[in-house]
Design a protein around this ligand. Sequence first.
Ligand code: FE2
Length: 199
Amino acid sequence: MAFTLPDLPYAHDALAAHGMSAETFEYHHDIHHKAYVDNGNKLIAGTEWEGKSLEDIITGTYQAGSVAQNGIFNNASQHWNHMQFWEMMGPNKTAMPSELEKAITESFGSVDKFKEEFGAAGAGQFGSGWCWLVKDKDGALKVTKTENGVNPLCFGQTALLGCDVWEHSYYIDFRNKRPAYLTNFLDNLVNWENVTSRL
Ligand code: FE2
C-alpha cells in the first residue's frame, strides 16, 4: 500500500504555547514529512517492496547494502519515525501514568535521571538523528540514539518515546539550542499516555 501523509493529531498551532510553533509544523509536517512520503512512494514503485507493510520495508532494507535500498530505507523509516513523533506529543500536558513512572524508575533510578539520560543522548547525537526511550528484546527500558532515519525497529526494539533532533525540528523555535529544545520536549510536549500505551 502506498504511503500517505497522516493529518497531525492536533491543530498546527496547538503546541505553540508549549514551545513548538505552527511555523515549525508547517515546515516539518507539511513539507519535510510529505517529502519522505512522496519520495518513498516514487522509490518503491515497481520494486519488490511495493505492497509490503511499512515495518517490513524498514527492517528489510536496513543495511541491505545498495544505494537503491538505502534510499527506500531512509524515506520509509523517516515516514514511520514522524508518524510516531506526532502521536508522542500533545497539547494537553498530562502527568506520567504510574505504570510508566514505575518502569522508568526501575530502569533509570528516577524520572529525573531518565530525562537527563534522554536529553544527553539527543544533545550528543552528532548531526541528524533521533534519541529514543525503547523497550529492548529482554523487556528492559533503555535510552538510545540513532543517526539519520535509523530507528528502534532496526534492532527489534519497541519505541516508547522518540525525539527528532534533525535541525528542521528545532531551528525555527530554538535556533541552535538543541538541549533547550530537548528539555522543553520532555517537560511540556510529551503525551505520556501515548508513551505508556506502547509499553
Ligand atoms: Fe523531522
